[in-house]
Design a protein around this ligand. Structure first.
Ligand code: ADP
Ligand code: MG
Length: 503
């Protein structure tokens, strides 16, 4: 790899003690429409290259675009959810540049007339506080195709032998959401950046506008960072780290840039305004290209498309039909479930809200559902280094398991064995209970047999109990539990032992 980390870094805490970080985030989201932004080609993922293209997505001469109405509706939904104003009228523009993944030699985007502008969103941080991020604009555009550079060590064009291009993604509808410079976050700037992107991801899913799968590149973030000596100073020069595609990377890349820029400034040099690449493996960024100014793109209004003039009544219809948004939903569920603030925060941070909701729907009480997902299952997920949702067990199975406990057919201890069986792929809880013979013994017959055997095996203890010393009764109960492999109800065993010695 040519990625070098041989630059000096200032220790993070030192850097944020001496500089005030400012960030700005551009998030691109691919809209989950059936077809592309300006033509009827289907939107697909992972298919044979160049099988979902039309003359429009290939930019053939004479091909004329037509706007996808659903994409406009989705963009308005996003704008409204971000508390933006929706433009009375807005246009598309041509952003001109030559690159093989853009066959038209321009990207159809929006420039000075975005569909949504001037909004905000509240972001919840891990400690439960809220940070407001101001939105400058949300505009519509189209995705580019995908270049694959073959033969080099880095997968980048430098050093490659040849390049391939797939236009299946060319023309997929995007909305780009741009924040105003985010000030006042101080040392928490990396966390705010991460929480903001996560908040948008949750929002896209709740709005039903995108599957918003980070690992597929449905959501991509460009992260701008600058430093200034004090919060009163003018903004410093920013760098823009491109295509940071996981929440963790967003946080790490901001941290890294803060440490790196502090070192540049300490050395008396100036931060260069440029794009940078993020390297997941080294946790560092390297220089990309010097940032083009807007005028380099020779933006001009797209002559092949009429302006978009969203009918006000339609906008209000969309607003009225917005689903419950994630923050409101979390508050409602916390109330319904009776969780303390800290409990709810842990559940949210563990990504367990949906899992618990489905488990409760499957018949478990909220307290029991939380106990399973945040206890036994969280430990298992951690051991196996997987997400909770990726464990081989469903909320329906946890619901069924808890119902077995609630009905007294199994106790907590047996339930953990049943859970183990389900996780090992032995089937549903009911099936595991039967197959492993794990039901609580509720018939007194076998219990009395085990009690008699235990009393006979420990005559001195039996004598003490008979003479009224109930201290060692636990030893007998323990022996019975052992003999029944944990399948006895300890309370019932105690009752029976006392009856037995008094008889
Ligand atoms: P570009 O065309 O360079 O990508 P945009 O306006 O689309 O510019 O986005 C730039 C992003 O960087 C915005 O989120 C903006 O708020 C943010 N930004 C602007 N100036 C600074 C700065 N000095 N430090 C940090 N972020 C900044
Ligand atoms: Mg931009």
């Amino acid at each position: 790899m040519s990625t070098s980390t041989d630059v000096d870094l200032v220790d993070y805490d030192d850097a944020v003690a001496r500089f005030d970080p400012v960030i700005g985030i551009e998030v691109h989201v691919e809209l989950g429409t059936r077809t592309k932004m300006f033509d009827g080609a289907e939107q697909t993922f992972g298919e044979e290259p160049n099988t979902h293209v039309t003359p429009v997505s290939l930019g053939l001469p004479g091909a004329l675009p037509a706007v996808n109405g659903t994409a406009v509706e989705y963009a308005i939904r996003i704008g409204l959810a971000l508390n933006c104003s929706i433009a009375e009228s807005c246009r598309f523009a041509r952003k001109n540049y030559f690159y093989p993944d853009v066959p038209k030699n321009f990207q159809t985007s929006q420039y000075d007339e975005p569909i949504a502008h001037d909004g905000w969103v509240d972001v919840e941080l891990a400690d439960g506080t809220t940070f407001r991020v101001e939105i400058e604009r949300a505009h519509m555009e189209e995705d580019a195709g995908k270049n694959t550079h073959v033969g080099g060590a880095t997968g980048r064009i430098h050093g490659a032998e040849y390049s391939l291009v797939d236009y299946n993604r060319a023309g997929v509808p995007l909305v780009e959401i741009v924040t105003r410079p985010i000030t006042g976050a101080g040392a928490r700037a990396p966390e705010v950046a991460r929480a903001y992107v996560q908040t948008l991801r949750d929002l896209f899913r709740a709005l039903g506008v995108s599957e918003a799968r980070m690992e597929r590149g449905n959501v991509r973030a460009d992260v701008n960072v600058s430093l200034r000596p004090t919060p009163e100073s003018p903004l410093g020069t920013r760098t823009e780290t491109k295509n940071v595609n996981s929440f963790r990377s967003v946080e790490r890349s901001v941290r890294y840039e803060i440490s790196r820029q502090a070192a540049v400034l300490d050395a008396g040099a100036a931060v260069v305004q440029e794009t940078r690449h993020w390297h997941e493996d080294t946790g560092s960024t390297t220089s990309g290209r010097v940032k083009s100014d807007a005028e380099d793109y020779r933006y001009f209004p797209e002559p092949d498309l009429v302006p978009i003039v969203p009918d006000r009544a339609w906008v209000e219809e969309i607003r009225a039909a917005l689903p419950e948004l994630p923050a409101a939903r979390r508050r409602r569920l916390q109330g319904e479930w009776g969780y303390a603030d800290a409990e709810m925060r842990d559940v949210v941070n563990a990504g367990a809200v949906e899992l618990i909701e489905a488990t409760v729907a499957a018949g478990a009480g909220p307290a029991a559902a939380r106990k399973w997902w945040m206890g036994e299952l969280a430990r298992t997920a951690k051991q196996q280094d997987v997400e909770l949702a990726d464990l081989p067990i469903t909320p329906a199975q946890i619901g069924a398991l808890q119902q077995l406990v609630d009905s007294g057919r199994i106790n907590d201890k047996l339930a953990r064995q049943v859970l183990e069986g389900v996780l090992a792929g032995e089937g549903d809880p009911e099936h595991v209970v039967v197959a492993r013979g794990l039901e609580v013994v509720s018939d007194d017959g076998p219990l009395l047999e085990a009690i008699d055997a235990a009393l006979a095996a420990q005559p001195d203890i039996a004598e003490k109990i008979r003479s009224g010393n109930l201290g060692p009764v636990g030893a007998i109960i323990g022996a019975v539990m052992k003999a029944t492999r944990g399948q006895a109800d300890a309370g019932r065993v105690r009752e029976l032992v006392l009856e037995r010695v008094q008889a």
